[in-house]
Design a protein around this ligand. Structure first.
Ligand SMILES: Cc1cc2nc3c(=O)[nH]c(=O)nc-3n(C[C@H](O)[C@H](O)[C@H](O)COP(=O)(O)O)c2cc1C
Length: 204
């Protein structure tokens, strides 16, 4: 069993209590990164050099280049969330997939940090309203209706990209198409191999 962590201390603890491996999730990830705010670039090697269980890089991975980078940093593999949303098989509305192709790495933001519940989501109307409420001293009870599960379900299924906080990571900067999962993984593997060969050439 693998445990998702955002810090070296949590990885060490996961190893100590018997997990088989860890997902090392940097601040770039979509969802709820740890508020240590450590990047994938630093977190993967720090954990990989400190534990004796496999490390899987999470956050900022969406193509062959980022896969090659993670492997070079000491990961045994990668885990992706956002990239799989923009695939043919994903059951969400096509508007959301197309929006991810349009939006880039500057289009996500951390919100709910003031409540100790930080999340990274696509910049949109609802996330902007939540941030305004936080700035004006609003309570979690004020923000809660904007985070309700029903709203989330409606947005993903109905395709209204402004209706809910869509939890995606900075890796959306790498998303330029909507392939099948098989096409995506084959392209990533090929690209990663090419990148690793090229880097080897640079130091050989
Ligand atoms: C739509 C969506 C929902 C997610 N929900 C959760 C969740 O409930 N729990 C969790 O630990 N991570 C959640 N994540 C985070 C993923 O497990 C993963 O860490 C993240 O997607 C990796 O970053 P990436 O999206 O840039 O690939 C979610 C991610 C996405 C895209």
């Amino acid at each position: 069993m693998f445990h998702k962590v955002g810090s070296l201390r949590h990885a060490l603890h996961a190893e100590k209590v018997g997990y088989d491996g860890v997902y090392a999730a940097g601040i770039e990830e979509g969802g709820h990164p740890l508020d240590d705010d450590v990047t994938t670039m630093v977190l993967t090697p720090r954990i990989a050099e400190s534990v004796n269980i496999p490390v899987v890089t999470v956050g900022g991975i969406a193509d062959g280049r980022s896969l090659a980078a993670a492997l070079t940093l000491g990961a045994s593999g990668v885990m992706m969330g956002s990239r799989f949303i923009a695939t043919k098989e994903c059951v969400c509305h096509d508007n959301i997939k197309e929006e991810l192709v349009k939006r880039k790495e500057i289009d996500t933001i951390i919100f709910c940090k003031s409540f100790g519940l930080q999340g990274r989501a696509l910049k949109n109307k609802v996330v902007s309203d939540i941030l305004d409420l936080e700035k004006s001293g609003g309570s979690f009870e004020d923000v809660y209706p904007l985070l309700a599960g029903e709203r989330m379900k409606d947005a993903w299924e109905g395709g209204d990209v402004d209706k809910a906080a869509l939890m995606v990571g900075q890796s959306i900067g790498f998303i330029n198409d909507i392939p099948t999962c098989q096409e995506l993984l084959e392209t990533m593997n090929r690209e990663a191999e090419e990148r690793l060969k090229q880097s080897h050439g640079l130091i050989a």
